[in-house]
Design a binder for this molecule. Structure first.
Ligand SMILES: Nc1ncnc2c1ncn2[C@@H]1O[C@H](COP(=O)(O)OP(=O)(O)OP(=O)(O)O)[C@@H](O)[C@H]1O
Length: 301
């Protein structure tokens, strides 16, 4: 059994259901993707895992145990809304938070210096938070979330607002934490990040689970409706093939959207009748396409 179990968890705010009977489990050394449109219930779920709010129904267990103060010390949280005190020095703030998690100040100080070096910002140690850019404040908040070496890490939109270099830096760090055996709950609106990092996902929509499982298997279960084609000569009449939805010519290839997978063979036949075919690839749907199809479809119903 995986160490983090979320079972039939429901949460109401007044009459409104924020999370409705959701189930999932996260393994050690796993980054689990919690996805959903705005207001779907992701933050509410994360706050329940953290024990900041409590489920009305269902239960959340870590290694078979319910919430406790000791358990809270095993958790690291990067909230979506960044919450550092602007006037306080980086070192004072992070060391205070580390002590709250049960660390000795001297040990926390060593770890803070290590992380600042690692993020190539050692000179931030004595700066006030307000002197740092938004993205760099986020790096500090990330350090505050991991300084006590938590077993469970909860990352709500961890990479938002970061430049591409810092996104890569944090991505590599999170991947390393997974390798170290951490249990990581990861929420993001950036489907490419989720696709890159998560093995299993759960998509919430209006408080309900609409899709859940192994990402690779989910992708295989969706029809392949996109073809990439590169030919020596330009192909005429692609858009007249029944079942072809759109034809977009790009610099290096043509992208063809089709109604159903079988139409791909008609595309290949038409192309090879007219030219040598350099590349013909039937593409798996991206997570972004799956998300839009799933959540968009639910919106229409
Ligand atoms: N403190 C609260 N009081 C009342 N309703 C709340 C509260 N917090 C969240 N909600 C409601 O619960 C639902 C789920 O919100 P939640 O913040 O969990 O969504 P989310 O998936 O994290 O959204 P986003 O992507 O916008 O951050 C929403 O309808 C929201 O309005």
């Amino acid at each position: 059994m995986k160490p983090l179990q979320i079972s039939r968890v429901t949460k109401h705010y007044g009459k409104q259901v924020a999370v409705n009977a959701i189930d999932f489990e996260v393994g050690q050394g796993e980054i689990y993707g919690l996805l959903g449109a705005n207001g779907a219930g992701k933050t509410t779920t994360m706050r329940m895992v953290l024990g900041l709010i409590h489920p009305d129904e269902g239960h959340i267990l870590w290694q078979g145990q319910g919430y406790s103060v000791e358990l809270r010390r095993l958790m690291g949280y990067l909230p979506e809304e960044r919450g550092l005190y602007p006037k306080v020095k980086v070192s004072d703030q992070v060391l205070y938070l580390a002590e709250l998690r049960g660390m000795k100040r001297s040990e926390a100080d060593k770890r803070l210096r290590h992380w600042l070096e690692r993020f190539e910002v050692p000179d931030y140690y004595g700066k006030r938070v307000e002197e740092l850019s938004k993205g760099n404040q986020q790096k500090i908040q990330f350090i505050a979330a991991v300084i006590h070496d938590p077993a469970i890490l909860i990352l709500d939109e961890a990479f938002s607002g970061l430049d591409p270099v810092n996104v890569e830096l944090l991505k590599a760090t999170v991947t390393e934490l997974r390798r170290d055996g951490k249990t990581i709950l990861f929420s993001s609106h950036r489907m490419d990040h989720v696709e890159e990092m998560c093995e299993n996902i759960c998509i919430l929509h209006k408080s309900n689970t609409v899709l859940k499982g192994n990402l690779r298997e989910i992708k295989r279960s969706f029809p392949r409706e996109r073809v990439l084609l590169d030919t020596e000569l330009e192909i005429r009449g692609l858009d007249r093939i029944p079942g072809v939805r759109s034809v977009e010519r790009r610099e290096a290839w043509t992208e063809i959207r089709i109604d159903k997978p079988e139409v791909a063979q008609d595309v290949l036949r038409t192309a090879s009748e007219q030219s040598e075919v350099y590349r013909f690839q039937i593409m798996e749907p991206t997570l972004n396409e799956i998300f839009i199809k799933t959540v968009g479809g639910q919106n229409r119903s």
